[in-house]
Design a binder for this molecule. Structure first.
Ligand SMILES: NC(=O)c1ccc[n+]([C@@H]2O[C@H](COP(=O)([O-])OP(=O)(O)OC[C@H]3O[C@@H](n4cnc5c(N)ncnc54)[C@H](OP(=O)(O)O)[C@@H]3O)[C@@H](O)[C@H]2O)c1
Length: 260
């Protein structure tokens, strides 16, 4: 659903873009191909010096981290957030944007080497959630209070405990299901967790106009250019080996090997 390339052809009536220009996009299916047909309003010109792979990662994973921290729950100085899978693609960007906003970051990861990645991105506290109960750890780290917001991309394995890790009237954002779709949540569970809020957003609802898409991209591309946002590209594969890339993702084996 995301990609970057040079414009080969423009549809009738398209203005503000030119043939040969390098553009990036997300939320348009059909990117596993040499050519993609993308609605013009979704295209973002890529600044000189930003590599295609970085631009592509920033369009989808970056925009996701951006709307979560700026729009779905705008973080501010003094907030404490819980970010699951902090060494994942979105997770690493979430940690960095949360730290930029002045928040304290508690993150979970599946292994010790991933813990180091999350620390390198700026996480204040890292929990190995396959070894310890992250709900108990969050309570301990927050002196029993709980976090202001939980960003939960893991789903089935974590969502009930993410709700319980919130402070009274805190917010849980369930935005992914890496471990499978979570079981349905009863509305009474929200009351009993401390009158908390639960939302399940789609990126598309936070990327509704060209202006909104380009504002997020400008902030992300700018932060990357200034060295304030690291984008990790683990490995690259030729299109013919796309299935191998999916096997690695499904096996939780992606890592931040190369830094840009
Ligand atoms: N709603 C939205 O707007 C939106 C937008 C973009 C992405 N997403 C979703 O956000 C999630 C994260 O995306 P991403 O690009 O950051 O993915 P990613 O780089 O592949 O990271 C996913 C991480 O989830 C963790 N995980 C936990 N249980 C897992 C399991 N059973 N199988 C595989 N991984 C598991 C792994 O970290 P550990 O080993 O450390 O646990 C893994 O590194 C995905 O579910 C994606 O669909 C949602």
């Amino acid at each position: 659903m995301e990609g970057c390339g040079r414009i080969e052809h423009l549809g009738d009536g398209v203005s503000g873009l030119r043939i040969g220009e390098t553009v990036a996009y997300c939320l348009s299916r059909g990117s596993y191909a040499e050519y993609a047909v993308v609605p013009a309003w979704k295209l973002v010109p890529v600044p000189d010096g930003t590599a295609p792979a970085i631009a592509t990662a920033l369009m989808l994973q970056g925009s996701t981290a951006h709307y979560l921290t700026h729009s779905a729950f705008p973080l501010k100085r003094g907030d404490t957030c819980l970010i699951h899978a902090g060494a994942g693609g979105v997770g690493q960007l979430l940690i960095q944007l949360a730290k930029r906003a002045g928040a304290t970051v508690i993150t979970t990861v599946g292994s010790a080497d991933k813990a180091q990645i999350a620390r390198d991105r700026g996480a204040d506290h890292v929990i190995l959630y396959r070894d310890v109960d992250f709900g108990d750890e969050v309570r301990r780290l927050t002196d029993g209070r709980g976090v202001d917001v939980a960003y939960d991309s893991v789903g089935r394995d974590t969502l009930p405990r993410s709700l319980r890790a919130l402070r009274r009237r805190g917010v849980c954002i369930s935005f992914g299901a890496s471990s499978g779709q979570p079981d349905p949540v009863s509305v009474l569970d929200l009351a009993e967790a401390g009158s908390v809020f639960l939302t399940r957003p789609h990126l598309a609802d936070y990327m509704t106009t060209t202006d909104e898409i380009r504002a997020r991209a400008a902030d992300l591309f700018g932060a990357h250019r200034e060295g304030a946002l690291h984008v990790a590209i683990d490995r690259t594969f030729p299109l013919a080996q796309a299935a191998a890339a999916h096997t690695i993702i499904e096996g939780r084996a992606t890592r931040a090997r190369a830094q840009s």
